[in-house]
Design a protein around this ligand. Sequence first.
Ligand code: SME
Length: 162
Amino acid sequence: MANVRSFREGRSKLMDNAEILQSIQALTKNARDTRELMSETVALLQRERPHYAWVGVYLIENGELVLGPFVGKPTPHIRIPLNKGICGAAASSGKTLVVDDVRADPRYLACSLETRSEIVVPIARGGQVLGEIDIDSDAPAAFTDQDRSLLEEVALILAKKL
Ligand code: SME
């Protein structure tokens, strides 16, 4: 607990969505490069939203999703074809996917045995999907409309920098 508090620089309260978006906007100016921007963004999201157990960015490279910066347990899914997984489905449709129960979704590629729900938000610019934000939670149906709107705004911010 002491650790978590100091990590939040003494704040006991979590940031609201607007504060998170302001912080990520600030990162777009202060980060040295896009990799640092993505790393800081996934770390900030996990720190401020404790129900996000795993937060990562996948980028499309040569027609497949390639794992970029992430926080959480290492995943075996470093490269995902666009026709595989919930990640592939979100990237190929260009639409946010929320899966309340991953165990009931035949598309699901398991990353951790504890994962119960997942949200995947495409990062797109000018109609072209460049990548996505992928988040797992250990709680079923963990992702609300609040999470979705926050993460879709984050994706818009990142899209301008990719
Ligand atoms: N669950 C994802 C794979 C990525 S891991 O969760 C990090 C999927 O079904 O596409």
